[in-house]
Design a protein around this ligand. Structure first.
Ligand code: ADP
Ligand code: MG
Length: 241
C-alpha cells in the first residue's frame, strides 16, 4: 500500500527532537547513488518517512542500526537504499570480482519474495551492476544451486536457508559487508536464534548490521548477545511512538 499523508510528518528533519542522527527533508538530500534516486523518483515518493530519514544517513556512515518502527512505516527502503548504495560503490571499485556482499535475512519465504520484488524495483537502473537471489523460493535445490554458483551480490533468505547453503559452501560469508535482519522480532520468535548464532560466527570482521522490527523489547538483549558480543554497540532508533 502507499503510505497515508499522515504517516509522513510535514517537517521531517528540523532536528528539533534533539536527535544526534542527521536528518534530511528530501530523498535528494541523501547522498545515495543517482541510479537509486531515479528509481525512488519513479515511485513518486514525496519524502523519506521518519524511519528512512533517520536510518539512511546513519547507515551511510557505516553505523550498525537497530530500528523500531511500526508496520507500514517504510522500513524496507530504510535498509535497502544504504545497502544498495554500498554495493554499487563496492562494485565500482572492484568490478571484476564476484562476491556476495549483502545478506538480507527475513522470517518467512513470503517476505523474502516481497523484499526480492522491492529489490527488482529499486535496482531497475542498475540491473547490470547488481545481481540478487532469493534463496527461499520454492524450487528444486539444483536450481538454487545453479543461481548461487553465479555469486549474487545480494542474497535474501530465511536464516535456515542461509545456513543450509553456507554449509554447502555455496553461500560464502567471507566477503560480506552488510547483514540485514528484517522483522527481527519475528525472526527470533520463529525459532531462528540458533541459525543466527551460526551465521554470526561465520561473519568476517566489520560487517555492518542493520536490523529492523515493529517491536523490540527482549529481542534487543538477544540480538546484542548474538551480534554485538564483541562490545560494539548498534545505534538504537525508536520511531514506534
Ligand atoms: P514496513 O516494512 O515498515 O512495514 P514497508 O517498507 O513495507 O514498511 O513500506 C510500506 C509501504 O510504504 C510500501 O508500499 C512502500 O512502497 C511505501 N513507502 C515506502 N517508503 C515510502 C515513502 N518515502 N513515501 C511513500 N511511500 C513509501
Ligand atoms: Mg517490513
Amino acid at each position: 500500500r502507499k503510505l497515508n499523508k499522515d504517516d509522513v510528518p510535514e517537517a521531517v528533519g528540523d532536528g528539533r527532537d534533539g536527535s544526534a542522527a542527521k536528518m534530511v527533508a528530501a530523498f535528494t538530500d541523501l547522498s545515495i547513488d543517482p541510479r537509486l534516486l531515479q528509481a525512488v523518483n519513479r515511485e513518486k515518493f514525496a519524502a523519506p518517512t521518519p524511519v528512512q530519514a533517520k536510518t539512511i544517513p546513519l547507515a551511510l556512515t557505516g553505523r550498525d542500526v537497530l530500528a523500531r518502527a511500526k508496520t507500514g512505516s517504510g522500513k524496507t527502503l530504510a535498509y535497502l537504499l544504504p545497502v544498495l548504495h554500498g554495493v554499487l560503490r563496492h562494485k565500482a571499485g572492484f568490478s571484476k570480482v564476484r562476491e556476495t556482499t549483502a545478506l538480507l535475512l527475513v522470517p518467512t519465504k513470503e517476505l523474502a519474495a516481497q523484499i526480492t520484488s522491492t529489490l527488482k524495483t529499486f535496482t531497475s537502473y542498475c540491473t547490470q551492476e547488481i545481481r540478487y537471489e532469493n534463496l527461499s523460493k520454492t524450487e528444486d535445490a539444483a536450481v538454487t544451486k545453479a543461481r548461487l554458483a553465479e555469486t549474487p551480490d545480494i542474497v535474501v533468505a530465511t536464516p535456515a536457508r542461509a545456513v543450509y547453503w553456507m554449509n554447502q559452501s555455496l553461500l560464502k560469508s567471507d566477503r560480506l559487508k552488510y547483514l540485514v535482519i528484517d522483522e527481527a522480532d519475528l525472526v527470533l520468535s520463529y525459532g531462528y536464534e540458533e541459525d543466527l548464532q551460526t551465521l554470526a560466527a561465520a561473519l568476517p570482521n566489520g560487517v555492518q548490521k542493520l536490523m529492523m522490527s515493529a517491536t523490540l523489547r527482549t529481542e534487543i538483549d538477544t540480538l546484542n548477545s548474538v551480534f554485538f558480543a564483541d562490545g560494539t554497540k548498534p545505534e538504537i532508533l525508536d520511531l514506534s511512538a
